[in-house]
Structures are given as structure tokens and as C-alpha cells.
Design a protein around this ligand. Structure first.
Ligand SMILES: [Zn+2]
Ligand SMILES: [Zn+2]
Ligand SMILES: [Zn+2]
Length: 135
């Protein structure tokens, strides 16, 4: 009797973890672009299942380790993506304004690398048009 209840407990814990993982994976697959751990945590399905922020972080860490997700640093926050392979910023040295730019290919860099590219993050600094106009 005791053994059965222990097994049941163990099984229900496993299935809860499995269910939580599939909910998180489903929501991640729905993101069209970059998202943060908080964005994922705020999804109604994640809330409904009472999935904690620690579980969300753990799952994202696991995906990162398996190379099934890319992560970037954006405005001192970690952002994730399953589809985007690059994250590029143009920061103005005068006003500090940061804009995102898209670059389609960095194939020209490949020949200089001794390894495989997973994704890339580029920070470009300069003076924005608004500051240029203001002189
Ligand atoms: Zn990557
Ligand atoms: Zn960014
Ligand atoms: Zn500026």
C-alpha cells in the first residue's frame, strides 16, 4: 500500500514536470521573435498551470544547453529566440538611444572562424540621425 502511494506520488510528479515542459515548449514555439523569461512566465497557459519563474528559468537554461534556443543580451536583459539567428544593436554615443537592426547574413565572417556559428550578436556604436541633425 505504502509502496503504491510512493510510486503514484513519483509518477504524478514526473507527469507534472512533463506537462509543464510541454506547455513551456508550446508557448516558446509561438513566439515570433525575441522574448524574455518574464514574457514566457506571463503567458496565460503558464499562469494557469502555476508554473513558477524558477521552472521557467530552468527550462530555458536546459534548452540553451541543448542548443535549441539562442540567447542574447539586450538592454541588460537576456532575450531568447528559437528562430532569430542574430541580434544587432545600433547605439548612439550621444543620446544612448538603442535601435535594433537586422542583418541577413554574416557569411563573410565564416572564413575567419575556426568553428561553427550558432548565432551572433553585434553592437554598433555611432551617432543617430536625430543627434546629427541637432548638431
Ligand atoms: Zn545560438
Ligand atoms: Zn536588443
Ligand atoms: Zn542620438
Amino acid at each position: 500500500m505504502l509502496l503504491i502511494s510512493i510510486i503514484n506520488k513519483k509518477m504524478s510528479k514526473q507527469s507534472r514536470q512533463t506537462r509543464q515542459k510541454s506547455i513551456l515548449q508550446m508557448e516558446i514555439d509561438n513566439f515570433q521573435s525575441f522574448f524574455t523569461a518574464e514574457d514566457l512566465y506571463d503567458k496565460p497557459a503558464v499562469k494557469d498551470d502555476k508554473i513558477g519563474i524558477a521552472t521557467v528559468y530552468r527550462f530555458l537554461k536546459e534548452l540553451k544547453k541543448n542548443n535549441s534556443i539562442h540567447s542574447y543580451l539586450c538592454n541588460r536583459k537576456t532575450v531568447y529566440s528559437i528562430s532569430e539567428k542574430n541580434h544587432c544593436h545600433f547605439s548612439c554615443q550621444h543620446c544612448g538611444n538603442i535601435t535594433h537592426i537586422s542583418i541577413n547574413s554574416i557569411d563573410f565572417l565564416k572564413k575567419n572562424l575556426k568553428g561553427d556559428i550558432c548565432h551572433f550578436q553585434i553592437n554598433i556604436e555611432g551617432i543617430c540621425n536625430a543627434c546629427k541633425k541637432a548638431g
